[in-house]
Design a binder for this molecule. Sequence first.
Ligand SMILES: Nc1ncnc2c1ncn2[C@@H]1O[C@H](COP(=O)(O)OP(=O)(O)OP(=O)(O)O)[C@@H](O)[C@H]1O
Length: 809
Amino acid sequence: MAAQEAAVDSVRDREIGVEQDHLDQVYRRLEEKIHEAEFLMDDAARRGHVGTPGALAERDAQVFRAGVHLNRLNSEFEDFLFGRIDLLLGKDGELGPDGAYTSVEPADDAVRDGRAEIAETLHIGRLGVLDADYSPLVIDWRAPAAAPFYRSTPKDPGRVVRRRVIRSKGRRVLGVEDDLMRPELTASLGGAELPVVGDGALMAALGRARSHAMRDIVSSIQAEQDLVIRAPAASVTEVGGGPGTGKTAVALHRAAYLLYQDRRRYAGGILVVSPTPLLVAYTEGVLPSLGEEGQVAIRAVGSLVDGAEAGAYDEPAVARVKGSSRMVKVLRKAARGALELPAADGAAAPDRLRAVAFGERVELDAAELQRIRQAVLGGTAPVNLLRPRARRLVLDALWARSGARRRYPDDELAAEARQAFDEDIATEPYFTEFLDAWWPELTPRRVLAAMADERRLGRWSRRVLQPREARLLARSLRRTGAEGRGPLSVHDVALLDELHVLLGAPARPRKREADPLDQLTGLEELTTYADRMPMRRSRVERLEEERIDYAHVIVDEAQDLTPMQWRLVGRRGRHATWTVVGDPAQSSWSDPEEAAAARDEALGTRPRRRFTLTVNYRNPAEIAEVAAKVLALAMPGMESPEAVRSTGNHPRFAVANQSHGAVANQSHGAVANQSHGAVANQSHGAVADRSHGAVSGGDLGAAVREEARRLLEEVDGTVGVVVAMDRREEARQWTAGLGDRVVALGSLEAKGLEYDATVVVSPAEIADESPAGLRVLYVALTRATQRLTVLSGERDMPDGDGVPDLLRD
Ligand SMILES: Nc1ncnc2c1ncn2[C@@H]1O[C@H](COP(=O)(O)OP(=O)(O)OP(=O)(O)O)[C@@H](O)[C@H]1O
């Protein structure tokens, strides 16, 4: 036995050595490139000028980039080179089904009597590197030739015999893991038998501890995911699939792929829309680790409008009103009605105009002014842009009222007189003041703030919102303050954007700029994230300033966008192609049909291509099984994705016991080895109960701390404590002092995130919090990669095993 193990180890060591040699060769080549570039620069400097200034600048850039590149390779990319495939001889010139790779099938004589010789070996990495004779030392993972690394499976191996994942850090290869795609073959490489090490890289990747930043999956993308990542960018690509199927990961890798494939086309920018700033923070490191970011802006849906940053949270009933497409009508009325608002200093809007022209007094009364305003507002043009027309009609009315026209029977003379009349009036300060007060320049903030007045909003929303809804909305908007400068919710931001369109601040024209990378021929293979960072900063800032349409829009957690948010996002991709990623079973929006209609409107009639991911890479089967119970309640008939691994650790059911101030520990009935002795709760003096009387905060808090502590010992990475939104503040206090591996968050904040272990606190509270509560609970239960504790209070009606009502069979 020991001899066998030693033999395995020696094969492993030898294979690590083989890959080390290759990696050394890659670094040597990169150093050569740097020397070449340095030589060119010295040479240029010596001669003062060589070629055009453009060529000199290009050389400088080349030296700079090559240097930065090497630095980055040394320090940043832990596994710069991560894959290898060994291929059979291929059929000549054959194209893959989507053009993704050539000669996908082995040549007819590649295998003889079950034996085959490896004809070609390719190494795959985050960036491509060519040897001096232009043969590839490393192929960029997005290149067509790299596709078999991801696509081949034992069922459909194509030319791949052995697929190897290489783990390295800096310049050192640490390990290799092989998957045999054609185990039936006796394959040889250079005359010797093809060695095979380990048993697959995917499981190793999935079992790793989680941190607060998402990792790329570039070395273990699975075939069904690769199809989505490389799908042609035409029109709309929709990606469905349950929790943990890699939708977010795939969407981000797709952004990197699209840029690689057609950098010029995406110079207009790729926008990734995320539901929360937490998910943005969690995912924003992925693209840089793929060597891409320059043209990608990852934004939370509450940060899509310049100068507005959502921080406040709306109760579900308020969110429902603010998110509904009925708000378009209300806002239209508000944008027009706001012209009548009193001025900032409280002065009432003027209701008459007295002017002096040609030495005579002329006056327009309230009815006349009202008639003019109605006439101007007749169409749908933005209110602020109608001001010049309003000004002209006022002057027309003054002219008509003055009777001056009658004095000039000659048309030409009349026209001259009219011009003098207009100048006479329009240059007077009183006229400008009148116009500023009567047709003020309105800002979205000011109109939103005006909607906080219940009576006014009642008028603007008549026959569109129910009086109760209008009241709720007005009350919630009071938070924004008189000038609208107060805290905004994510739903307010969509309203602001809509108002921006209705009021019309003229958008600045979009400046399309060629990507400087395109001009540096031959250097694409040699640039890294760090190279592009300075370029990225200025570009992303400019893109934002200019409120442009992006070239491609990726919407993550698309099921959560409200109709008003779809309009907001839709405006940023009017000419874009789209990737829309989501799972209806995780939707926290209460009216999925209304949201679907708004989504259809945003995406228009563009053709759609739909993919479904079917494998859950996050949750072990034991956790997925419990979550499936809630899915059956939330979306009867909907299938759960298949969990790819099992840990043997069943979820733990615990109950916060308020009468004795103790945590009763319950293991899942089925699993005997999960029993952990009872934990005495120290906090007997229970804190006053919350309004709905589930569990007293003190008891619950102590139980949460206890569970979080336990989980910290059981896992190496992060622990998430998920509570009803209402309990967020409390939960942060409960977990204070437990260290930064523990995070407390509200159920809606948990969207898209994951932790090694989670404590889901009171499923009933989460489920009861909104009309979509069961789906939100489903999200909460599917965040853990290793361990899950479900902590119940009385409201959860736990049974003898501590299993809450909602999770029982
Ligand atoms: N091919 C893969 N190799 C390794 N890890 C993977 C792979 N696919 C997905 N994962 C991991 O599975 C986890 C879930 O992925 P991701 O967050 O993208 O799923 P999701 O479908 O967006 O989930 P949710 O709908 O719950 O937000 C992540 O940790 C991701 O890194």
